[in-house]
Design a protein around this ligand. Structure first.
Ligand SMILES: NC(=O)c1ccc[n+]([C@@H]2O[C@H](COP(=O)([O-])OP(=O)(O)OC[C@H]3O[C@@H](n4cnc5c(N)ncnc54)[C@H](OP(=O)(O)O)[C@@H]3O)[C@@H](O)[C@H]2O)c1
Length: 354
């Protein structure tokens, strides 16, 4: 199966995705019968494009060092000009837009309109950008359904940690009663460093920046909004919650003090930033807040830049998943996983893709 990819975003994740695809090329072909080609790479100012696929050596060397706009063949222009950037409709290939850009969490834009339009044009969607799903999950699902395309978003819901696929496949048929998780690496690193190394919040944040975990503007992480976006998407996707970001009560970690950490340690608990969605009688309540977790709890054992999630279900009881790699390489890996599963779904009952 030939897959034509339009890659939006060529930052940490987009570049890593290119390197990973290149590295996995022969494995994808021999194991799954999949042949991906990157038809276009698009950033804010424009991009590069080649109908038959951009040469892999060119793409990889660009991913390793180059600047897209200095590349021969770079075309300036709006990323929303989909006629220019998407693979042609009559190509006979499976067409996929992979979104590794940023958008506004409350409006979902500019990614939301772009993804909707790409779906209407018959492109399958793999998004690492959570904002369009946070802003309008039901709308995105509906557009994809009406257009008959797949919408995959592992990279938007904790990437290396299997969350959404676990519910869809491994917990199929079960009612998810609650989801709790440590879903943000940066804040978990900071809380662990405050607890294990007796650092202040500011010093722990400084170290997380030095390690490249925290963005230069870490506000989305420390305010709890990144966790809020993830738990919201999970609740909407796995529990049918139909909630908006404004329905999520969010408390970040910037007010957490060393004193609080020491107080809870004496009580046999450690603070974790937990995103929690709980089914009530006729609703789902969603909250994000620093939570004292007993040391024996699996989520207390999520340390450093780790992540973890716990599902409570009617059939299978409690299931906790802890671990998984983090950072851009895990994010790229989750997009690759989505691509393989998307190909399987498109393949349908033929079962040709193992
Ligand atoms: N980093 C991680 O570990 C990780 C993990 C999971 C998910 N994600 C998600 O992956 C996405 C990308 O993260 P990143 O770390 O790769 O970010 P990044 O290094 O800042 O790169 C972002 C890329 O997106 C492009 N871009 C931004 N806004 C755009 C727009 N409106 N239209 C077209 N292109 C646009 C930028 O273009 P210019 O080059 O022109 O600025 C840049 O190439 C984010 O949504 C993030 O939440 C990241």
């Amino acid at each position: 199966m030939q897959i034509a990819i339009s890659l939006y975003g060529f930052g940490n994740v987009g570049r890593e995705f290119v390197r990973l695809l290149n590295r996995k090329m022969s494995y994808l072909k021999s194991r799954h019968g999949i042949e991906p080609r990157v038809i276009s790479v698009v950033t804010r100012r424009g991009g590069i494009r080649a109908e038959s696929g951009i040469d892999w050596p060119v793409l990889v060397s660009l991913a390793n060092a180059g600047t897209l706009c200095e590349q021969e063949g770079f075309v300036g222009g709006a990323p929303d000009d989909l006629d220019r950037w998407l693979p042609p409709e009559d190509s006979g290939q499976v067409r996929v837009l992979v979104d590794a850009t940023w958008s506004d969490l409350s409006t979902g834009e500019p990614g939301l309109s772009r993804l909707r339009e790409a779906a209407r044009r018959g492109c399958h969607l793999v998004t690492l950008n959570k904002a369009p799903l946070v802003a309008d999950f039901d709308g995105m699902v509906q557009v994809a359904r009406e257009a008959g395309v797949r919408l995959k978003f592992s990279g938007a819901t904790a990437a290396g940690l299997p969350t959404i696929d676990t519910v869809r496949v491994s917990l199929a048929g079960a009612e998810v009663r609650s989801i709790e998780g440590v879903l943000n690496s940066t804040t978990n690193y900071i809380l662990t460093a405050m607890s294990d190394n007796a650092l202040s919040f500011e010093e722990a944040l400084r170290r997380s920046r030095a390690l490249g975990l925290a963005e230069s503007d870490p506000e989305r992480d420390v305010s709890g909004m990144d966790t809020a976006g993830k738990i919201l998407v999970l609740a909407n996707a796995a529990m049918g919650a139909r909630k908006r970001l404004s329905d999520v009560k969010v408390t970040g970690i910037s007010e957490v003090t060393s004193r609080q950490i020491a107080y809870w340690a004496v009580q046999g608990r450690t603070l974790r930033l937990i995103g929690r969605a709980v089914r009530t009688a006729d609703d789902v309540s969603i909250e994000v807040k620093p939570t004292p977790v007993p040391y024996r709890d699996f989520l207390a054992q999520v340390t450093g830049d780790g992540k973890g999630v716990r599902f409570t279900t009617d059939i299978f009881g409690e299931l906790t998943i802890v671990g998984g790699a983090g950072g851009p390489s895990a994010a790229a890996g989750s997009a690759l996983k989505d691509l393989v599963n998307l190909a399987r779904a498109v393949d349908g009952d033929q079962g040709l893709i193992p």
